[in-house]
Design a protein around this ligand. Structure first.
Ligand code: 13P
Ligand code: SF4
Length: 371
């Protein structure tokens, strides 16, 4: 998706690190309680140092929903997270993304036109009232609204199991809410969660939006439980079983923590599978001296290694792939946005249009009610 980030004035691009730290600190102090800075766990340490709250995508959406005082919410994360914050906060609270180019390549793998086409194609073969659309938090507001309109819910990596259970297993008036789900955009989170709930490989089919009927035959669609959109995270898909095998041969007593956006063959070899928050909790619970191999974005892994010198923590991918879009939020952009707010300007405000916001909120609130 194209979003145009204006070039920062020279003074932010040429300032020393110390000067930028001073600018951010001064602007934050001057804005005081009017401004809340939220930081996703994948942010640079320099940026995280200024966050009023840290969290995974679910935790940050709850914090945004429960805050009613801050006038400005500066979201240090990616675009879909800022959109969710805008949807969940009141109209008098304005949400800002310091760099509009901070998107998510996985979220961009499912767009509303492709999902609507898939829905129409499905309707030719199965009863749509028995299909539940579920979108991962990593998706545009338009997709969340689609899901809200069609009776589904959002999920995150920390609650996908609860949301799929609600959709496919919990009985309501003698039957489940749906016969199958269309899960987008992350095939891996959907598949890993489906396996956890006992669905078989044959019940979970990959929907390739480039092909008619997702590349599936009508009988397959009719017998499916989970239709997995062909999307992935290029950071997490890099972690392979051989990385875990290499770690275990060097650290036989060590533990392996893996984010559920990794492929299933990697996830099955892990000791703990969970969201960024779950990974942090597992590190905090480890006994001193434990060797821990982690399959998630490297900024978080490095921060955990620095914060826990009594543990041996390493990123399982030796080539280390940072999330390029998360890393776009840096000190120059943070200084620029805070000083702009201080000067009464509101650049990079994230606004979800009213109709989209109403339905996306329905899908987000369904998720919050399930947990
Ligand atoms: P969390 O929900 O674990 O924060 O993950 C978000 C994300 O984008 C992971 O790649
Ligand atoms: Fe998106 Fe992957 Fe980056 Fe998370 S790590 S924001 S899923 S590209």
């Amino acid at each position: 998706m194209l979003r145009i980030q204006r070039t920062l004035p020279d003074r932010y691009q040429t300032a020393s690190k110390q000067a930028l730290l001073d600018m951010v600190a001064a602007a934050k102090a001057s804005l005081g309680e009017r401004c809340m800075i939220l930081g996703h766990h994948y942010q640079h340490d320099d940026v995280m140092a200024f966050a009023d709250a840290r969290g995974d995508s679910f935790g940050l959406s709850k914090i945004a929903a429960s805050n009613s005082s801050a006038e400005f919410i500066v979201f240090c994360g990616v675009h879909f997270m800022a959109e969710s914050a805008d949807i969940l906060t009141s109209d008098r609270q304005h949400v800002f993304l310091p760099d509009l180019n901070a998107g998510c390549s996985m979220a961009d793998m499912a767009d509303i036109d492709a999902v609507e086409e898939a829905w129409a194609a499905l309707g030719d073969h199965v009863e749509l009232s028995r299909v539940m659309p579920i979108t991962y938090m990593n998706s545009s507001a338009a997709l969340k609204a689609f899901v809200g309109r069609h009776g589904g819910a959002v999920c995150t990596s920390s609650n996908a199991r609860a949301v799929l259970t609600w959709a496919l297993l919990d009985p309501v008036d003698g039957r489940t809410r749906a016969d199958r789900v269309l899960f987008f955009p992350d095939q891996h989170l959907g598949r890993n969660t489906g396996f956890e709930l006992g669905f078989s490989e044959g019940q979970m089919l990959l929907w390739n939006p480039r092909f008619e009927l997702g590349g599936l035959d009508p009988a397959g669609v009719a017998s499916s439980k989970v239709l997995l959109w062909k999307g992935h995270c290029s950071v997490h898909q890099r972690f392979r079983p051989e990385h875990i095998e290499a770690f275990r041969s060097e650290h036989p007593e060590g533990i392996v923590l893996v984010h559920p956006e990794c492929a299933h063959e990697t996830v099955v070899l892990a000791d703990v599978v969970g969201s960024t928050d779950a990974i942090i909790k597992a590190v905090e619970a480890a006994a001193p001296g434990t060797a821990i191999g982690i399959a998630t974005e490297v900024h978080l892994v490095n921060r955990l290694a620095n914060e826990h010198p009594d543990l041996h923590i390493e990123c399982l991918d030796p080539l280390v792939c940072p999330c390029a879009t998360m890393a776009r939020i840096d000190l120059p952009h943070l200084a620029w946005i805070l000083e702009s707010l201080e000067a009464g300007e509101e650049p990079n405000r994230i606004v979800v249009d009213a109709d989209t916001a109403v339905w996306a909120k329905v899908a987000l609130e369904r998720m919050l009610a399930i947990i």
